[in-house]
Design a protein. Structure first.
Length: 206
């Protein structure tokens, strides 16, 4: 039997793993700043469900997912938890330059038995990864995110980004230097936020 969370149908086992991950976040946030302290009491809605909703915009099948600037594992670890049952052959690479956060991500992946590799380097220094999906949440403006994403996308791959109330301005600014196919969806957890689904990124000739 499955339950819907964030528009995604997940099993009881998946819910239990998401809850276990939330508890890990709470435990580690007392030592390092994984999430804003003011959002700890609302971690399920503000961070877990907010991340879960991204999954429904992923391709029906994928084998390699790359998460940029993974921080506390939102959405990277959450995506890996869901895919564990939905896409069991998929692997995840989380790029996080902060060494302490990278240590947390490795711990979470190990304890939850997830097919996750953590790379503790700057995104632009990591060799191209040829991902089917690239995600990022609260990392940087779209104009700065696109070149980082393009570096790691393969072929007809998909980029999925959480964006806030400035998303329209970010898109307009990015379009000055980039062409891309954009699908724009409302976030189910924040009326001011959007989910951007982007494909076919190309730099415009200067």
């Amino acid at each position: 039997m499955k339950t819907e969370i964030g528009g995604v149908n997940v099993s009881r086992e998946t819910i239990a793993e998401l809850e276990a991950f939330a508890e890990l976040i709470k435990k580690w946030t007392s030592k390092i700043n994984l999430i804003a302290r003011g959002t700890i009491d609302d971690i399920w809605e503000r961070h877990v469900v907010d991340s879960v909703q991204l999954y429904k915009f992923a391709p029906a099948k994928f084998t390699k997912w790359v998460d940029l600037g993974s921080g506390g594992g939102f959405p990277g670890i959450v995506m890996a938890i869901i895919a564990k049952s939905e896409q069991p052959l998929a692997s995840f690479t989380l790029i996080e330059s902060d060494q302490r956060k990278a240590t947390f991500l490795r711990t979470a992946a190990r304890e939850l038995k997830l097919p996750v590799e953590v790379i503790a380097q700057r995104i632009e220094s990591v060799p191209p990864l040829g991902a089917d999906v690239v995600s990022a949440r609260a990392l940087t403006a779209l104009s700065g995110l696109l070149p980082l994403t393009l570096r790691h996308l393969g072929g007809e791959a998909v980029a999925l980004f959480h964006k806030g109330r400035q998303s329209q301005q970010e898109v307009a600014e990015a379009e000055k230097n980039w062409s891309f196919d954009l699908e724009d969806y409302p976030s189910i957890t924040d009326p001011d936020a959007r989910i951007l689904r982007i494909q076919r990124i190309n730099a415009l000739a200067s």
